[in-house]
Design a binder for this molecule. Structure first.
Ligand SMILES: Nc1nc2c(ncn2[C@@H]2O[C@H](COP(=O)(O)OP(=O)(O)OP(=O)(O)O)[C@@H](O)[C@H]2O)c(=O)[nH]1
Ligand SMILES: [Mg+2]
Length: 281
């Protein structure tokens, strides 16, 4: 703060104050120069966030039975399951527990997101895998960090001492290689750009055009249907959004089968990450 006074006229004054309006807290910067006042509002922090826990499932009943009871109801306002055609009782479990439920009509993980996104009620979404790979107790850390005004907070498997017990040589290398490539090509500062476990403003999905078919054309070359996380990481970095990370250690999968197709998805993701250098500004 500084004030330069020449006679009665304030020559220059600068002050900062915290303001609350609606659900947001702002840092207000007021600069007065020769009687002219300039007001700037900076750094918007949400005071509260409403949270949807979004869970894509494909035959995950074993993990669901162990993991879902560890999720405290006070942590989120909505639990939304998007199921890809499970035949092992996952859907019955979701109904029994009163979760919101969508059954996919098109196959492939990204359609689980695209189709169910309109059902999200929270302003903040946490994407979560119930297969044992996501530690439920990290949810409050993700929410607390979102309240500091972040657009996205990644539950990183490689941050602040966190480790993945689920990685094999190929996935460990793939996650490192993609994260490094995304940081170098698109200006990210991620330690984990590939994981599902993260929270973000729900409307980022449309702001970053993740709902559009044209965003995923590279999957056609490898005859697969890819996920949305790598593209979300790329475009959030390209837009220079406020991105944070918390430690999200990854335990082993509990039961069920791995759905990841490392070669096909790896190829499609690599082409997608490279294409983004010139496509989508
Ligand atoms: N609705 C739906 N869910 C899917 C589909 N493919 C995978 N999932 C679910 O998405 C969640 C996250 O899967 P991932 O953790 O990315 O994949 P994974 O098969 O566990 O492989 P790794 O964790 O890398 O070992 C799990 O609950 C899967 O059951 C799909 O096509 N549709
Ligand atoms: Mg998994």
């Amino acid at each position: 703060m500084a004030a330069v006074i020449d006679g009665d006229v304030i020559f220059y004054q600068f002050s900062r104050s915290l303001m609350e309006r609606g659900n947001f807290r702002y840092l207000r910067i007021r600069t007065e120069i020769r009687g002219w006042t300039l007001l700037k509002e900076r750094l918007r922090f949400p005071l509260t966030v409403t949270v949807t826990l979004f869970i894509p499932t494909l035959n995950e009943i074993t993990g669901m039975r162990v993991i879902m009871p560890r999720i405290q109801s006070s942590w989120c306002d909505q639990i939304l399951i998007s199921d890809g055609g499970s035949t092992d009782g996952t859907v019955a479990y979701a109904k029994e527990h009163g979760y919101d439920l969508h059954i996919q009509s098109k196959p492939g993980i990204r359609h689980a997101y695209i189709e169910a996104w309109p059902l999200i009620k929270g302003d903040t979404v946490i994407t979560f895998s119930p297969d044992g790979n996501c530690v439920p107790e990290v949810i409050p850390d993700l929410i607390a960090k979102m309240k500091e005004g972040y657009d996205m907070v990644v539950g990183s498997r490689y941050f602040q001492g966190a480790k993945s017990e689920d990685d094999d040589l190929m996935t460990a290398f793939g996650n490192w290689m993609f994260t490094t490539t995304i940081n170098l090509l698109h200006g990210g500062r991620y330690t984990d750009a590939m994981g599902i476990y993260r929270s973000y403003r729900a409307n980022l999905f449309r702001e970053l055009d993740l709902h559009k078919e044209e965003s995923y054309v590279t999957e056609k070359l490898l005859c697969t249907v890819m996920g949305i996380e790598p593209l979300l990481s790329v475009r959030a970095a390209k837009r220079k959004l406020k991105i944070g990370e918390v430690a999200g250690p990854e335990p082993r999968r509990i039961g069920g089968d791995r759905k990841l197709l490392p070669i096909r998805w790896g190829g499609a993701y690599l082409l997608q990450v490279l294409r983004e250098v010139y496509y989508w500004k």
